[in-house]
Design a protein around this ligand. Structure first.
Ligand code: BG6
Length: 504
C-alpha cells in the first residue's frame, strides 16, 4: 500500500516529551526505511517560542542517540508554528498555513493531526478544527486525527468523549492509539495463532489450564506523578494495553485480517469478560503501592515520596487480577493479569500454561517439573517465543527434564524491531486502523474496568497493600491462583535465562 501524497502531519504538542522521544524518531526511522513518500511535510505546533531553525535544533538535541547526519533529510520538512490552542484565531492562522499551498497542489490537504496533548484538550481541538473547516474530507482528500491514551478515565467519560468526537468526525477519521498494538511481538501473536496449523486446535479450555499476562516495569512513576495520581495502574496499563493483549490472545479467528473483522472479534472478548464487581472485587483483584526500599544498595523512594504525589495517596501502582471469559472456548480458564511499577525488572509476556497429560504414566519423581508445557510469548525485552517441553535426560534410566525451544527476534538476520510508533504512524497515514482501538472496544473495556474502580472508591475495606520497591508486588497476588501450588512466572531479562537479573 502506498500513502496518498502529498500529506501534512500536524503535531499538536510538538514540543512535548512524546514528540521528542517517540514521534520524531519514529518519523525519522520511517523516512530512512523508505516508507515515506517524496512529498510530505511536518508541522509541529506548540506554545514555546521557536522558529523553524531553533525548533529543528531542539529535535536533534532531544534525541542524542541520533547523529546530525541522520536528520539531514528529515529536518527540512519540519516546520514550527507557534500556536495557543485556547485561541480561535490561532486555528485560523493554522488554516492559512495549511491551505496556502493548496492552489498549487490541491491534494496537499491530506492531513494527519496527531494530538500529543493532555486529553482534556481532545474535544476542544477536534471541535475547533472542525469549526474552521479543517476536518472535512473533500475531493478524495483525507483528514484524520490520532488521539493518544488515556481515552476517557471511566466508562462515562469515554462515552462522552466518543460522542463529542463523533459529532464532528466520522469514526473512520478517529485513530485511538494504543502503542502496545504497534509492538512487533504483539502483532506476532496473530501470526503464531492463525498462521500455524498446530496452535489453534489446542487454543482452548480442553488443552489450556490458565494464561498469565504480565507487564512489569522496574521504573517508578518518574516525573509523571501528577498524571499517575489520577490514573493508577488499572487505568494506565490494564484498561488499554493489557486488555488489548488479552483480546488478541483470546479472540476467535477473524474472517479476514481486516480492521473491522479483527476489532469485531476483540470486542466480543471484552463483552464476554465476566464482570468483577461489588464483593467479588477483593477476591479477584489485588492492588498495591510501592514503598521505599533499597535496590542493589541504592535507596529508592516510595510512591508517596515521589514528586506530584499526595503524602496519603491511595493510588495503586500494582494490580493483579483473575479474570474469566464466558465463552465456550475459555469457560473455566483463568486469565491472570499483572502489572506494576518498581518491580524487579522490565518485562512483558504472555504465558500459556497447558494442561498436564491426562494420563501420566511416568512416576512423579521422574517427571518433577515437567508435564505441563508452557508457551511463553515474550513481548519485551528479548522479544521471542519459548516453548517448554519435557524430554528424557540422555543416558541410562528414564528421567525427564524440561527443556526450552526458543526463538529470539534478535537471532533473525537483519531484524531490527521497529518501534511501535513507526508502525502506527504509518498505518494512520495509510488509513489502516487495524491496530487502532474502535469506539465500541474502548467502551467495552471500560465497562469491565469501571465496577472495579467503583468498588475501590466506595468500599474502604478493600485493601491497598504496600510492597517494597524492587519486589514482585504484594504476596497476596499469589492467592489469586485457583490451585494452591501455583504461582506466577518470575521472568527476568532473558527469555530463557530465569533469575539472571532479578535477584536483589
Ligand atoms: C504507557 C503508560 O502507556 O505505557 C506508562 O502510561 C508505561 O506508565 C508505558 O510506562 C509502558 O510502555 P512500554 O512500551 O514501555 O511497555
Amino acid at each position: 500500500m502506498r500513502i496518498p501524497v502529498p500529506f501534512t502531519l500536524i503535531i499538536f504538542g510538538g514540543t512535548g516529551d512524546l514528540s521528542r522521544r517517540k514521534l520524531f524518531p519514529a518519523l525519522l526511522a520511517l523516512q530512512q526505511g523508505g516508507h515515506l513518500p517524496e512529498r510530505f511535510q511536518i508541522l509541529a505546533l506548540g506554545r514555546k517560542d521557536y522558529d523553524n531553525e531553533s525548533f529543528r535544533t531542539s529535535i536533534m538535541d532531544g534525541a542524542p542517540g541520533i547523529t546530525e547526519a541522520g536528520w539531514v533529510k528529515l529536518l527540512p520538512r519540519i516546520q514550527y508554528l507557534h500556536m495557543d490552542v485556547s485561541k480561535y484565531e490561532d486555528f485560523l492562522k493554522l488554516k492559512v498555513k495549511l491551505t496556502s499551498g493548496e492552489e498549487k497542489d490541491p491534494k496537499s490537504s491530506n492531513h494527519l493531526y496527531y494530538l500529543a496533548t493532555p486529553p482534556d484538550l481532545y474535544t476542544h481541538i477536534a471541535q475547533t478544527l472542525a469549526s474552521v473547516d479543517l476536518t472535512r474530507e473533500t475531493g478524495g482528500n483525507w483528514r484524520r486525527i490520532v488521539f493518544e491514551k488515556p481515552f476517557g478515565s471511566g466508562l462515562e467519560s469515554a462515552k462522552l468523549l466518543n460522542q463529542e468526537l463523533t459529532n464532528v468526525l466520522n469514526e473512520d477519521q478517529i485513530y485511538r492509539i494504543d502503542h502496545y498494538l504497534g509492538k512487533e511481538s504483539v502483532q506476532n501473536i496473530f501470526a503464531l495463532r492463525f498462521g500455524n496449523g498446530i496452535f489453534e486446535p489446542t487454543w482452548n479450555r480442553e488443552f489450556i489450564h490458565h494464561i498469565e499476562i504480565t507487564a512489569a516495569e522496574s521504573i517508578g512513576v518518574e516525573l509523571r506523578g501528577a498524571y499517575y495520581e489520577e490514573s493508577g495502574a488499572l487505568r494506565d496499563m490494564i484498561q488499554n494495553h493489557l486488555l488489548q493483549l488479552l483480546a488478541i490472545v483470546a479472540m476467535e479467528p477473524p474472517k479476514a485480517f481486516l480492521a473491522d473483522d479483527i476489532r469485531d472479534m476483540k470486542e466480543k472478548v471484552f463483552n464476554a469478560l465476566r464482570p468483577i464487581q461489588g464483593e467479588s472485587v477483593s477476591d479477584n483483584v489485588i492492588r498495591g503501592q510501592y514503598i521505599d526500599s533499597t535496590i542493589r544498595g541504592i535507596s529508592v523512594p516510595g510512591y508517596r515520596q515521589e514528586t506530584g504525589v499526595a503524602k496519603n495517596s491511595t493510588t495503586e501502582t500494582f494490580v493483579a487480577m483473575r479474570a474469566y471469559i464466558d465463552h465456550p472456548r475459555w469457560q473455566g480458564v483463568p486469565f491472570y493479569i499483572r502489572t506494576g511499577k518498581r518491580l524487579p525488572t522490565r518485562v512483558t509476556e504472555v504465558v500459556i500454561h497447558y494442561k498436564a497429560p491426562v494420563h501420566n504414566f511416568f512416576p512423579d519423581k521422574l517427571t518433577a517439573d515437567t508435564g505441563e508445557n508452557q508457551l511463553v510469548i515474550r513481548i519485551q525485552p528479548d522479544e521471542g517465543i519459548l516453548l517448554k517441553l519435557g524430554m528424557k535426560v540422555p543416558g541410562a534410566g528414564f528421567k525427564l527434564k524440561t527443556i526450552g525451544m526458543d526463538f529470539h527476534y534478535s537471532d533473525v538476520e537483519s531484524t531490527s524491531l521497529p518501534d511501535a510508533y513507526e508502525r502506527l504512524i504509518l498505518d494512520a497515514l495509510l488509513g489502516d486502523s487495524t491496530l487502532y482501538a474502535r469506539t465500541d472496544g474502548v467502551e467495552a473495556a471500560w465497562a469491565f474496568i469501571d465496577p472495579i474502580l467503583k468498588a475501590w472508591q466506595s468500599n474502604k475495606r478493600i485493601k491497598l497493600y504496600g510492597y517494597p520497591a524492587g519486589s514482585w508486588g504484594p504476596n497476596e497476588s499469589i492467592d489469586l491462583f485457583e490451585d494452591e501450588d501455583e504461582d506466577w512466572r518470575y521472568p527476568c531479562k532473558n527469555l530463557t535465562g530465569e533469575d539472571t537479573f532479578c535477584e536483589l
